[in-house]
Write a new protein. Structure first.
Length: 489
């Protein structure tokens, strides 16, 4: 169904489950190195492989990170919580259960506020709980999916990675903006988690991924509709696109008198979802308290100091943006693009707020969009952008050349100053060379010279362009204009 028709007849209700891999040095319950990739099954031990007799121990840093995340989400921190065993058939976890939290999460009942296209939405947080990640299945055949695969390989390197699952309550009142709100919420979490320093939030590597639930109900109806859960969506664009598609798909079923099937679904980057497994019946995970781990009491004398951790929470984006002096429109665009932390890093390296915003929100945002990656994933730092702006301010390069320097920096050729020197991109400072180029341009464009003398001053643009082309863009356009005017008289 057409999207406009779908949201005119039905109200979307969202539920978002975001999984965050923490960047602790070791895994959640053992001492294995916690890093992405590596030779398959090379970062394992008897604990994360669940071998008989192996006993887990809680990663203290992971608990502190969980508390800081809860505080940043305005959650209540539980004075006492514990782990539980979630029993399920896990082909990618040798224990055949997941150590998670069930009825006693470490953080609960929070909220965040977002602004999307000039409208403010409050996102209610149900809980943020600790658990461990599963391993990785690699399906051979079937285009990398389990359906149609000939066989699967298992890599347990990721098994046991510290994981925080952030679960919202049903999100209502978002209307036609449901996909944009979901994207903005996950972008908020990504930026917040990066600011907290608890995760690298690299969605393409799976360290931040979202299960996007959506259901539809007729406008004015209170009872919730039947939901679907699109699993492990790993980019902001895909979250928005998957929900947009699901709303259209479900609306078509309901409008035809059908019934939506409660199930998990898989997102395909070609622009559609496909059915996974049915969830018509509630799963019985047979949760029971983990007998090998003691409860955690954050407020206790022996637990993490919550007051100390609260002091480490960064300021909210609204306060930081106000201090930078951006207009309301500029601030909105910066937040929506996920550029706030990058701009702050550029300012900290010496650039002005407006010049930092200019480069990140124009040239770099354009390149990110062309490459279909997030701004933060571009291989350029705030310090490098500040260095480029410093070269412009010093007159060493102009804006045109600065764009080339950005291109070469993104290509990994080094820092901007090194690139300018190695490629000979510095501005031509020899006035005699500029004067000679101006004279050649005047001689080759006699018609433009006559037009200027006849009062058509805009014709000077053609002459300036000719000089700049000869100088390969490495000239001061204002100085070139002065020379042309002086010679024409």
């Amino acid at each position: 169904m057409d999207y406009a028709d779908a949201v005119a007849a039905y109200e979307p209700v969202l539920g978002l489950e975001v999984h965050v891999e923490l960047n602790t040095k070791s895994k959640m319950f053992c001492g294995c190195e916690n890093v992405f990739g590596g030779e398959p099954n090379s970062r394992t031990c008897p604990v994360c492989l669940g071998l008989p007799g192996a006993l887990p121990a809680v990663n203290e840093k992971a608990v502190e990170s969980a508390i800081r995340i809860g505080l940043a989400l305005n959650c209540k921190i539980s004075p006492w919580c514990r782990f539980a065993r979630k029993n399920y058939f896990y082909p990618d976890m040798t224990k055949n259960f997941q150590t998670s939290q069930y009825d006693e999460p470490i953080a609960s009942d929070g909220h965040v506020e977002l602004e999307v296209e000039g409208e403010t939405f409050q996102i209610p947080i149900e809980r943020a709980h600790m658990e461990e990640d599963a391993g990785k299945l690699v399906h051979l055949g079937g285009a990398g999916r389990i359906q149609g695969a000939e066989y699967s390989l298992v890599d347990y390197n990721r098994a046991g990675t510290p994981l925080i699952e952030i679960v919202t309550k049903p999100i209502t009142g978002v209307g036609a903006k449901a996909p944009q709100v979901a994207r903005a919420y996950v972008a908020f979490l990504r930026d917040m988690l990066r600011d907290l320093g608890v995760s690298d939030v690299r969605m393409e590597q799976g360290s931040l991924r979202c299960d996007a639930n959506v259901s539809l109900r007729p406008i004015g109806q209170e009872r919730l509709g039947i939901r679907t859960e699109t699993k492990n969506v790993n980019s902001l664009r895909s979250i928005e696109a998957a929900l947009h598609y699901e709303i259209r798909r479900q609306a078509a079923i309901l409008a035809a008198g059908g019934r939506v099937t409660q199930e998990t679904r898989h997102w395909h980057e070609e622009g559609f979802t496909s059915a996974g497994r049915s969830k018509e019946q509630a799963e019985d995970y047979r949760y029971f308290p983990e007998p090998d781990l003691a409860p955690i009491a954050p407020q206790d004398a022996w637990g993490p100091d919550v007051a100390r951790l609260r002091a480490t929470i960064p300021e909210p984006p609204a306060i930081r943006l106000a201090r930078l002096g951006f207009s309301q429109l500029e601030a909105r665009d910066v937040v929506n693009a996920g550029a706030l932390t990058l701009i702050e890093a550029t300012i900290a390296a010496g650039a002005s707020a407006q010049s930092a915003r200019k480069w990140w929100m124009t040239e770099l945002l354009r390149r990110a969009n062309e490459s279909q990656v997030e701004l933060a994933d571009l291989p350029i730092s705030g310090a490098q952008v500040a260095q480029i702006e410093a070269l412009v301010q010093a007159g060493a390069i102009n804006d045109v050349t600065a764009r080339k320097v950005i291109e070469y920096t993104l290509a990994g050729e080094g820092d901007p100053e090194q690139i300018v020197a190695a490629r000979g991109l510095a501005m031509v400072s020899d006035d005699s060379l500029l004067a000679a180029a101006v004279d050649r341009a005047l001689a080759a464009n006699a018609d433009a010279v006559q037009k200027i003398r006849d009062g058509k001053v805009q014709a000077i643009g053609a002459l300036i362009g000719a000089v700049m082309r000869e100088m390969k863009g490495q000239a001061d356009a204002a100085k070139v204009r002065e020379m042309i005017v002086s010679r024409i008289g």
